[in-house]
Unconditional design. Structure first.
Ligand SMILES: [Zn+2]
Length: 343
């Protein structure tokens, strides 16, 4: 190695470093942009100088809620729950002496109506009230908790799903196995299967919340959805009775696009996916959500909690996944027949 070679090596090394710096400057990092915007927003606000229009455009682009976390709190320490019917987000984490500085909470969305901080059972509960029905996502990054709110996408066909029961209303149960939990688990899987698809699915609950059937029907009706599907588990005193059935509203007839038509599609798809006994369709005009949701609506009874063979299916991960797949395929087929989706 001679001197000249060393010079070239040093030179190319410097050029390489410069390139690296340029490349890093050019990589768009959303978080960095977000922070910059917020700093602008805070600074302007503190200075109270009047460039309001410019600031509000920045805020709209940002559109989230940012909560500074104590060093001791990370993603796994946080529990976020959302009650869409109540338009309420609750964020819980262990309260300690590094309590969050609420003056540093940044709200750059116009989708909230209020935020409050309470101590509950040794935990901090941050409660956000929203001004409409949104879907929410949250994430932790660099010591900040970000909560975002997404409007319901009305450009897609809308389907409301309804995990039956919840809260103190456990539904059918045997040996501390509650219908409400299976219904919720199946509906969460339906939402997961649908992520990023051509259908907007809205669930009446994503958590163990109680809502009356009147509230659920009223909530569903505000969207005028394309379909409504309630998910339940059956119960019978005779443990020998097993199988899947779907309830429909006999009041609106048996034509195409009715509750009866939807129930038939769901029944076929769920039985095929689960391999359960086909009990056929049942008149559900006495069931509130079937009767009073103003669009094709049906209530799926996946199987019997009182039957060993059905119970085994419904409590297994695979059985819940197949239940979700059956209902989801039924929803897709119905929307296809309605001409709302392509395939
Ligand atoms: Zn039920």
């Amino acid at each position: 190695m001679n001197d000249r070679t060393v010079d070239y090596a040093a030179l190319s090394g410097i050029i390489f470093l410069i390139c690296i710096i340029i490349v890093f400057e050019l990589i768009p990092t959303e978080r960095v942009n977000t922070k910059t915007v917020n700093q602008v927003y805070l600074t302007k606000n503190e200075d109270n100088n009047g460039e309001g229009h410019h600031i509000s455009m920045e805020m709209n682009r940002d559109d989230n809620m940012e909560i500074p976390l104590p060093d001791s709190i990370d993603y796994d320490d946080i529990d976020v729950t959302y009650d869409i019917i109540e338009k309420r987000v609750n964020i819980y984490f262990e309260l300690n002496k590094d309590n969050i500085d609420v003056t540093k909470v940044i709200n750059t969305t116009d989708k909230t109506e209020g935020i409050s901080y309470k101590s509950e059972n040794g935990k901090l509960n941050i409660e956000i009230i929203l001004n409409d029905y949104y879907q929410t996502k949250w994430d932790v990054n660099n010591g900040w908790l970000y909560v975002r709110f997404f409007p319901i996408d009305r450009s897609k066909p809308v389907v409301v799903i309804d995990p039956g029961h919840g809260g103190f209303d456990v539904g059918a149960n045997v040996n501390n196995i509650y219908e409400k939990d299976i219904n919720l688990s199946v509906c969460r899987k339906i939402e997961e299967m649908n992520a990023g698809s051509d259908i907007q699915i809205i669930s009446t609950r994503g958590e163990d919340y109680y809502h009356s059937v009147e509230e659920r029907a009223a909530f569903a009706n505000t969207f005028s959805p394309d379909l409504f599907v309630s998910v339940h588990i059956n119960w019978y005193q005779d443990a020998g009775i097993n199988g899947t059935s779907v309830l429909y509203n006999s009041v609106n007839g048996e034509a195409f696009g009715t509750s009866y038509w939807l129930a038939g599609i769901l029944q076929k798809n769920v039985v095929k996916s689960l391999g359960t006994f086909d009990m056929g369709l049942e008149d559900g005009k006495s069931i509130y959500v079937v009767r009073y949701v103003n669009v094709p609506s049906a209530l799926v009874e996946l199987g019997f909690i009182t039957n060993q063979s059905d119970l085994q299916i419904l409590t297994s991960e695979d059985g819940k996944r197949k239940s979700a797949a059956g209902v989801y395929e039924g929803i897709r087929q119905a929307l296809k027949e309605m001409g709302k989706i392509q395939n």
